[in-house]
Design a protein around this ligand. Structure first.
Ligand SMILES: [Fe+2]
Length: 459
């Protein structure tokens, strides 16, 4: 009877692993994907903790770490102690060894590792957290050409009573199966992010204000705003996840149309004349045309964001109700003097309303060629004054509600951050990061615990 129960349990576990692995392909955002990979892998083998390291040259950088025990005993993610944790790609750690050998490794009691073993357990994280990694399964994340992309480490599997039980052969088989799918999904998502960042880099060669770091900050703020707004509006969880997965990439491309605007207009320090202004405003239509023949939901979202991000809540924005090919009013949308009617209020997509807030807020707190950066209080004050005029009041409320994280986003992505540090090569955070659990590429590291819980409860 017990054997039959075990068999049924194994089959169910295999099916679950297959389902979870297949679901990874639906994710495009690297941050959500890493969270999902780690939380799913932990759930499959009942691991209390786990980490993903990403390779950067001859090092492994801790990209994400989850630990149910530590999360229970600390109240804030910022109290968690990991900070820019880096391992050498050598035999001085289990992760380094596995990255070199590209083979799974199980150590069920780190105390039993002989001094002459080909690998050693690096105890520095254990020492800094007072959490003992006793039993570890370390799996290589390998991308298509056989290159090691990183390492997934699962720590301390628990039995039904919460005792560490060690990994068995079935756990290893399940882990090996799962990391194959995880590696492919991660490679695809990283490539997509990398290509997006490089597109922004092309824009920045025309307009030095449009740095990849600016695009990244706007994407972060927009994601925070949508998360808050959608929770308040009780948007169904599946829809929230779907949008949160696409929003960062779509948001980064909001000014892609600037690639076609003359540099002299983009970089002019003073006020623009009427012709220059018309040229500048055309970036919205030029960008939207790139995504007009939308093939994917990500294309559709990007189109909406580009088209609506300069609309204003009070109807005074642009481009309004236009045919995006001709720039002329849509039928029945011509106002006095044949002018295009502006989109107003909730006629503007929520994504455009959110981008407007995120984009202007970042412009206020950043240094520009035409102005110094404003401090946070003044910037918030300006945003509040424009609530109900330029901006959707509800989105401004979300900005105020997420005020605590805004400064952290600024710190995390300073303008001098190298493009390679955003594009997919497991970079180090150069700014001081005080919210360390998810270091890179999880942009929302400051919200580590909440996102961890959400990733787990969202299925
Ligand atoms: Fe714009």
């Amino acid at each position: 009877m017990t054997d039959t129960c075990d068999l049924v349990s194994d089959i169910n576990r295999d099916r679950r692993a297959g389902r979870l692995a297949a679901a990874l392909n639906e994710l495009t955002d690297v941050d959500l994907l890493l969270e999902r990979v780690l939380s799913d892998a932990r759930a499959l083998v009942s691991a209390e903790a786990g980490s993903i390291y990403l390779r950067r040259g001859d090092t492994l950088v801790l990209a994400i770490s989850q630990n149910s025990y530590l999360e229970r005993i600390v109240m804030e993610a910022s109290d968690l102690p990991f900070l820019n944790y880096i391992l050498k790609l050598d035999r001085g750690s289990l992760a380094g060894y596995v990255a070199l050998e590209r083979k799974p490794l199980v150590v069920n009691n780190t105390m039993d590792i002989d001094l002459d073993a080909p690998f050693q357990h690096n105890t520095s994280i254990d020492n800094s957290t007072n959490y003992v990694c006793q039993s570890l399964m370390t799996l290589p994340l390998v991308c298509a050409p056989g290159e090691t992309m990183g390492v997934l480490q699962l720590i301390n599997p628990l039995d039904g009573e919460g005792h560490i039980k060690g990994f068995d052969e079935d756990d290893v088989a399940l882990g090996k199966f799962y990391v194959q799918s995880a590696s492919m999904a991660m490679e695809k998502a990283m490539m997509l992010r990398s290509m997006t960042i490089r597109s922004v880099e092309v824009i920045s060669s025309h307009d030095p204000q449009e740095t990849p770091a600016h695009a990244q900050r706007v994407a972060c703020v927009a994601t925070e705003l949508y998360e808050h707004w959608s929770a308040r509006r009780r948007v169904p969880t599946s829809e929230r996840f779907r949008i949160l997965d696409m929003l960062p990439l779509a948001a980064m491309l909001h000014d892609v149309g600037k690639m076609s605007i003359p540099g002299a207009v983009l970089t002019k320090p003073g006020r623009l004349d009427l012709n220059e202004r018309a040229l500048m405003e055309a970036h919205v239509l030029i960008g939207a045309r790139l995504f007009r023949k939308a093939r994917t939901p990500l294309d559709r979202l990007t189109f909406q964001i580009i088209l609506d991000h300069h609309e204003r809540w009070d109807g005074q924005g642009y481009p309004g109700w236009v045919d995006i090919d001709t720039g002329l009013p849509l039928p029945g949308r011509a106002g006095p003097g044949g002018r295009v009617q502006g989109k107003k209020g909730e006629d503007i997509s929520i994504y455009g309303r959110i981008l407007a807030v995120a984009d202007v807020y970042d412009a206020l707190v950043s240094r520009k060629t035409y102005k110094d950066s404003f401090d946070e209080s003044l910037s918030i004050q300006i945003m509040e004054q424009e609530s109900g005029h330029h901006f959707d009041p509800e989105v401004v409320e979300s900005l105020l509600a997420r005020r605590k994280v805004l400064r952290k986003i600024q710190d995390r992505f300073p303008d001098n951050l190298e493009t390679s540090d955003l594009a997919g090569e497991a970079p180090l955070a150069k700014a001081p990061v005080a919210y360390p659990v998810f270091i890179w590429p999880c942009r929302r590291g400051w919200r580590a615990m909440e996102t961890c819980q959400r990733a787990t409860s969202g299925r």
